[in-house]
Design a protein around this ligand. Structure first.
Ligand code: SIN
Length: 587
């Protein structure tokens, strides 16, 4: 299947178009923040989103947003915890930017209308802890409905500001001008209305805020819209992506059976932050003694601890015991989780909750600098779709909403500062924006929607929480086979799968899966959330570096281990922790 640079998804020529200064693709915390700041500065801003404005990943975020807002806490301490969780791969400058600008960014979010939980007597923000944080620094809302509240506040602000929005629109490809600069996007609007079918939003600045790619796996905490569309678009546009091998598996996702598929209910780390314990079927707290922070160790360590115990006990899940909270605390502090558990017949007030790890967050993504600029001029990325260098090999809990907020604001400031030179060309002399080739003729091959399940199963068994050279080689072969079958069909029959949302999404899933697997094969070490059973230790000499990937015009995946100038040391092993056990397990 040819998915090379410049070869777009096959689609009809745009039947309608809209002009703007900025098009923001995605409507989570990152997208809406970027849009609000651009619009407030007077730029014509259009938001394009795949479902409804409030349907992205942000609304599912439970735990909260991390920032040094509490008495005695400092950005330096937040920086330290972030670097430790990132296992030697965070870009320190990006982390300093995040933690330094974070507290004021949260205050601005509050001014925008987000209502966080506060102590009724003092009015102070209530702060909780999550894995890897040595302090209480996670602000939350509605108990465990932080993302929903942030989404509500931002959606209302966007509506108040009168920002034009295009909902139910799957972004297809980047438009570029003759100089290779971003010039807008093509998109397909689902349903009938003023604009439907394939269209274009033409703008000199394109902000990708499309969220993650959790749907490459069978079970994930991500909503159905998280199909890696932004990363796939960026790759086809010639942009670099980085660190795709670092997929974070959330340790505690409600276990609904070994064959459960699609979006699974999250059981926030904040449950452990408030004193919930992980136990096995015999009631043993197996994380105690494995790490100084026990259940609140960084997320990769807890996920590994659970997986190991599951293996040792031949169990499909572990248990999260927070019965001691009592009914009132469960109701007040964790109403969303309580309702999700009860909907599945489990009452956390009277019984431990079955949990197992599931795909949760892409720490890598479209490579950006500190201003959200990608390697394609005029194309920016923020939020989960981006790789700013903040997360390194493993994202610290609740840093993602903060990252979306901080870097979206930086992108908006950058775009606004360039406005004079970005003024759109006068109407009588429109700047030539090249439509993707598909608008004029055939593009690459499309994958039939039925291939989605095969991709998800392949990724789950070959490139999931545990990987090895063999499992990754098998996954690569399966994915190559799917791609080859689509190309063969195109060559043999002169036709491809019908262009439709499902086939575009499935084609995107395949592309990002192939790059993820290629990167995971190349990184012959264990680091952060990339856990290679055949290479159980970090290899700092070879791999204290990011792995940058791009597509060639021929559709090959080119990988470049890019040296990083400023790497902190790899996480020092805790005396009782991972390193010894890994040695034993893999000896
Ligand atoms: C959680 O509430 O456990 C998720 C928070 C996060 O992913 O940062």
């Amino acid at each position: 299947m040819n998915t090379g640079v410049g070869i777009p998804l096959p689609a009809a020529a745009p039947g309608w178009s809209v002009e703007a200064d900025v098009v923001v693709v995605g409507s989570g915390v990152a997208g809406l923040t970027a849009a609000l700041r651009c619009a407030t500065a007077g730029l014509r801003t259009v938001v394009v989103t795949k479902a409804r404005l409030d349907d992205g990943s942000t609304r599912w975020a439970q735990g909260g947003i991390a920032a040094a807002l509490g008495a005695g806490d400092t950005p330096e301490q937040h920086c330290e915890d972030t670097l430790v969780a990132g296992a030697g791969l965070c870009d320190t400058a990006a982390v300093r930017t995040l933690v330094g600008e974070g507290p004021d960014a949260v205050r601005r979010l509050i001014e925008t209308g987000a209502r966080f939980d506060r102590d009724t007597a003092s009015g102070r923000l209530l702060l909780t802890r999550e894995g890897g944080h040595h302090r209480r620094r996670i602000a939350h809302a509605g108990g465990d409905a932080t993302g929903a509240e942030i989404s509500r506040a931002l959606v209302e602000a966007v509506r108040r500001a009168g920002i034009e929005t295009v909902e139910n629109a799957l972004v297809l490809d980047l438009l570029k001008d003759a100089a290779g600069r971003a010039a807008g996007v093509t998109l397909h609007v689902m349903g009938e209305g003023r604009r439907d079918g394939v269209g274009a939003v033409r703008a000199r600045s394109v902000v990708l805020a499309t969220g993650g790619m959790g749907q490459v796996y069978s079970a994930t905490t991500n909503p159905a819209v998280s199909t890696g569309d932004g990363v796939a678009l960026a790759l086809r546009a010639g942009a670099e992506v980085a660190d795709l091998e670092f997929v974070q598996f959330h340790p505690t996702v409600l276990f609904l059976g070994g064959d459960a598929e699609g979006q699974q209910p999250l059981v926030s780390e904040a449950v452990r932050g408030e004193g919930g314990h992980l136990v096995d079927a015999a009631g043993v707290r197996f994380m105690v003694g494995r790490h100084e922070l026990a259940e609140l160790a960084p997320r990769d360590i807890v996920a590994k601890g659970i997986m190991r115990r599951m293996r040792e006990r031949d169990a499909e899940h572990m248990l999260l015991d927070a019965r001691h909270f009592g009914a009132e605390k469960w109701r007040q502090r964790f109403p969303t989780i309580l309702a999700a558990c009860r909907a599945h017949g489990i009452d956390p007030v009277t019984e431990p909750v079955p949990v197992a790890p599931a795909a949760h967050y892409a720490s890598g993504g479209v490579r950006t600098d500190l201003y959200g600029r990608t390697t394609v001029p005029g194309l920016y990325a923020c939020g989960e779709v981006a790789c700013t260098g903040v997360h390194g090999a493993n994202r610290l809990a609740s840093n993602s909403l903060l990252e979306g907020l901080v870097f979206a604001e930086r992108i908006a400031a950058e775009i606004v500062s360039r406005t004079p030179e970005q003024a759109p060309a006068p109407a009588q002399a429109p700047a030539p924006a090249q439509a993707p080739a598909a608008a004029a003729g055939p593009g690459g091959a499309l994958l039939a929607p039925e291939a989605r399940t095969a991709i998800q199963r392949t990724m789950t068994s070959g490139a999931g929480v545990l990987r090895s050279a063999d499992s990754l080689a098998a996954a690569a072969a399966e994915l190559t086979g799917l791609a080859a079958a689509a190309t063969d069909r195109l060559l043999r029959d002169g036709r491809t799968a019908d262009p439709c949302v499902e086939s575009w999404e499935t084609t995107n899933l395949l592309l990002v899966s192939r790059v993820l697997v290629a990167a995971a094969r190349a990184r012959e070490e264990t680091r952060g959330c990339h856990w290679r059973e055949d290479r159980p230790r970090p290899d700092d000499a070879r791999w204290s570096r990011h792995l940058v990937a791009r597509l060639t015009p021929e559709g090959e995946i080119a990988l470049d281990p890019s040296a990083t100038a400023d790497l902190p040391p790899t996480r020092p092993p805790h005396p009782s922790a991972d390193a010894r056990e890994e040695t034993r397990e893999h000896a």
